[in-house]
Design a protein around this ligand. Sequence first.
Ligand code: GLU
Length: 465
Amino acid sequence: MIFSSRFAPSPTGYLHLGNARTALFAFLAARQSGGRFVLRLEDTDQARSPEELAAALLDDLRWLGLDWDEGPERGGPYGPYAQMERLPIYAEYYQRLLDSGAAYPCFCSSEELQAEREAQRQAGKAPRYSGRCRALPAQQAQERLAAGEAASLRFAVAQQGVLRVDDLVWGERSYALADLGDFIIRRSDGSPAFFFANALDDALMAINLVIRGEDHLTNTPRQILILQALGLPVPKYAHLPLLQGSDGQPLSKRNGAASLRDLRAQGFLPAALRNYLGQLGHHYPDSQWRDDERLVAEFSLSQIGRAPAHYDPTQLLFWQEQAVQHSDIATLVAWLRDLLAEWVPAEALSNFVAAVRNNIRLPADAVDWAKRCFAPLPLPDDVRAELSAIPATFWEAARSSYEEEPQDFRAWSKRLGERSGLKGRALFHPLRLALTGQAQGPELAQLLPLIPRAEVLRRLTPISS
Ligand code: GLU
């Protein structure tokens, strides 16, 4: 089946990992099946949706690599793609529901509704609208509207019957219509309610797959009722189990969930996030690194699990390391150029990045190696102590062999081995310690030609403890 799916964020904050995962799954499902991926801004909460946030959202999605086929800044046949620009469309469909008797104006004030809910609660009943205004004679309702009385619009839910909702993740669920209560589809200030605009737009934008968070699962029956009343197609739904923090609590700043923006600022690569998020609550055939082609080709809606997924920063770092190792040099150079400019000469940048790529995860690691190569090297006390135990003759031999073979580490170390009589770890360990200040790190053969000659000679000087 060809799935056209969408991501429909409300731009009330920066994109967080939960939403980014929803967007990725919707993107992958569309791409995998050859369908369209649509972006729609649900910006009807004007007080909380400033334009900067919408712009940041588009920017974050592009950075993550989720380019949409239709949507803001791109257009498409079913636009406009921001809900505030679609109000005239909603007006037309409200009218259809009024005309067919599927919706009615409700004049109840919020105080009245609250009192009603309170009474229901005290009587041990689930709160839902009593249907008071549904019983108003049409003539009376018309007069009150004509007199300018504020009214919301409610959807009239059948009082009997059962609605079956099939979810690709949760299977079939049944809802007794009598339990739903007549719900608001237009607020008394005229703004569209989520249930209505969201479901209508999906149908009008020819979306046949809705992937979204589990928190919307219980909205689905109401949305299906609206679509059925309008004679519009009902999409398939896949509700993703919530993404929780490492402590099992809802994801928040406190349990480590940064916004995509924060992670980007920390230097995470978009390919790392794609691989990490793609396996969060979705099972690929194995847990290897995947390039974009395989992320798409091996994605399957049937592999979305029901257990809550947990954000795990260690896993994210693992995928970041993989992303660095799988990126080409040009990508890595672009990623690090600005940060390294202070330390690494432009002409050495590519070679430096090639030398350290297997030893870095985040840009800070690359800066650390850049300083080790291009700035004076401070040695920790334990390293100093270890080096000072090595006889001065070793360092003399090291310097003289280096002067003879300054560019070729292999030739140099071979010569030094012959002169000092040392080999293996006894030879290479002190060299690595003296040259980098660390027992482990990038290949010395790649690093050595990068370290300025004067620095190399300084580092090959005997150390007094
Ligand atoms: N604007 C809604 C949200 O951000 C969309 C839900 C949906 O995808 O249907 O939660």
